[in-house]
Design a protein around this ligand. Structure first.
Ligand code: NAI
Length: 498
């Protein structure tokens, strides 16, 4: 049994203290603000009582756990600790002062850990006498419930300390992923495009926020849409994470904050906590289901052709089962063509491939079971052909959402960009494919790790989507990760057999 010091008794510090006492350690919890310590203690008590009510703990177990929490009034009471974790304000110089102070209190072999979400571990350690002892332990909120902990290695952190902390958090029932100290670490870095692409789609009026969320959830299989999630996190908090990654990457345009988000924050539309963000709270259910299908004024007279692609085979099977007579050849007259997006706009692709009536469908997590399909169509497309394809898709039982003709649609560009970001972290040896996928599924609830998803879609297809986005927008935001470029040439994957 260890003695763990926790400094800062706010949201995270009290959660971390609860995790440690529940795992059998003794915790000394310090906060310079006495009421904060008491609030932290009360929060832990309340959480334990809740677990007793839910019959996850007996009241004896709860009392036993709570008895291992010791609120202390002075930092020097941490002298006997085996490990000290800080969760104080997110400010580099304040944290550095604290660590210098701690070095004068605890013995040299004691590991010091920081729960910072954005400050470089290397920077925090650079004035320490023993910089190798500083480790990042990035918990997620709420700490007692979230399984993931990013164990972050600064340039001078010792490997032995990283191994020790990774083993310790496993013992605490958590899942550690080891990462080098990089802006945003794994989760906050790889997740940037989830918000960034959504904000860009909204900026160009690709669709409205509710339809976008529906598409990401129901087609993409994500638990929450990006607008719902930004509202939940707080638009100001989400913006400040983006800003910190942007600054820490020397203003890489890939992470440039969106003007739309900045304006919402300036207007005080911070999400749930201010009563309004993308949505107005409480949310009216009908807001969540805006289906802007094209009006059907005339019965179509087109035959429906599809462009073959392994990813949509099961959708083609659903269409056939619904009695839609599909053709594969373009030679017939009066053809309406259906294809999975490859990152080009429908208008561009129709022009490049001389297709007169092109309707694109967005990527789905599972075309066999999806209950919604998003479509866009080329400017050259006859509205009757669009109507006919929508009707055909509806005959499979799916809802259909029509969006504007934007490059890469919504799910495809989001997934390609998530995979691109994850691939860069692997390419730069910041982490491994297994760890990045585990971090994203546990830390954000994504339905599948972005690299495994990219493997399933095919790295050639991902690379093609990114190339088309890059050409379309002329922005280095969409530059393809060198690792995806390399792997796609020889048809390799990130996981499993090649
Ligand atoms: P909070 O504001 O709830 O709590 C911070 C606590 O630290 C306060 O009680 C404050 O009195 C205390 N404090 C401030 N300066 C101090 C000092 N010099 N010495 C000792 N205590 C001091 O903040 P929260 O949300 O718990 O965040 C703490 C850290 O955890 C930050 O570094 C933050 O970036 C990180 N973090 C926050 C997450 C979140 O969702 N809130 C998630 C992951 C990491």
């Amino acid at each position: 049994m260890l003695i763990i010091g926790v400094v800062g008794a706010g949201t995270m510090g009290s959660g971390i203290a609860q995790v440690a006492i529940a795992a059998g350690e003794t915790v000394k919890l310090f906060d310079p603000v006495a009421e904060a310590s008491l609030r932290g203690r009360d929060m832990i008590k309340k959480n334990l009582n809740f677990l007793v009510d839910k019959k996850k703990l007996t009241s004896d177990e709860s009392s036993d756990i709570f008895s291992r929490l010791d609120i202390i009034n002075s930092l020097s009471d941490l002298a006997s600790c085996d490990l000290v974790i800080e969760a104080i304000v997110e400010n580099e110089s304040v944290k550095k002062d604290l660590f210098k102070n701690l070095e004068s209190i605890v013995s040299p072999e004691v590991i010091l850990a920081t729960n910072t979400s954005s400050i470089s571990i290397t920077a925090l350690s650079n004035e320490l006498e023993y910089p190798e002892r500083l480790v990042g332990m990035h918990f997620f909120n709420p700490a007692p419930r979230m399984k993931l902990i990013e164990v972050v290695k600064g340039l001078r952190t010792s490997d032995a300390h990283i191994d020790y902390i990774a083993k310790l958090v496993k013992r605490w029932g958590k899942a550690p992923v080891i990462t080098k100290s990089t802006p945003g670490f794994i989760v906050n870095r790889v997740a940037r495009p989830f918000y960034g692409e959504a904000l860009r789609v909204l900026m160009e009026f690709g669709t409205d926020h509710a339809s976008l969320d529906n598409i990401i959830r129901e087609c993409g299989g994500f638990p929450l849409g990006p607008c719902q999630l930004m509202d939940l996190i707080g638009l100001d908090v989400n913006l400040s994470v983006t800003q910190s990654v942007y600054e820490a990457t020397a203003f890489d345009p890939r992470y440039a904050p969106s003007l739309l988000q900045q304006e919402l924050v300036r207007a005080g539309k911070l999400g749930r906590k201010s009563g309004e963000g993308f949505y107005t709270y409480p949310v009216n259910d009908s807001d969540l289901d805006i289906i802007n299908t094209i009006k059907k004024d005339e019965l179509g007279s087109y035959r429906v052709r599809f462009i073959k692609n392994a990813s949509i085979e099961s959708l083609i099977a659903r269409l056939t089962a619904a009695g839609i007579n599909l053709v594969e050849t373009a030679r017939d007259t009066n053809i309406a063509t259906l294809a999975l997006t490859d990152g080009r706009t429908a208008t561009q692709r129709a022009y490049d491939e001389s297709i007169s009536n092109l309707v694109l469908i967005d990527l789905c997590m599972n075309f066999k079971t999806t209950q919604r399909i998003a479509v866009s169509h080329s400017d050259q497309c006859d509205p009757i052909a669009v109507t006919q394809i929508i009707d055909a898709l509806k005959s499979t039982g799916c809802k259909v959402t029509v969006i504007q003709d934007i490059a890469g649609m919504i799910v495809a560009r989001t997934v390609a960009m998530l995979a691109n970001e994850a691939a860069d972290l692997v390419h730069q040896r910041i982490t491994t494919p297994n760890e990045v996928d585990m971090a994203m599924t546990l830390g954000t609830g994504y339905p599948i790790g972005p690299l495994l998803w990219a493997d399933q879609i095919g790295l050639k297809n991902i690379s093609e989507i990114l190339k088309h986005l890059y050409e379309h927008y002329g922005s280095s935001r969409y530059r393809t990760s060198p690792l995806i470029q390399r792997k796609s040439i020889t048809n390799q994957k990130f996981h499993g057999a090649q």
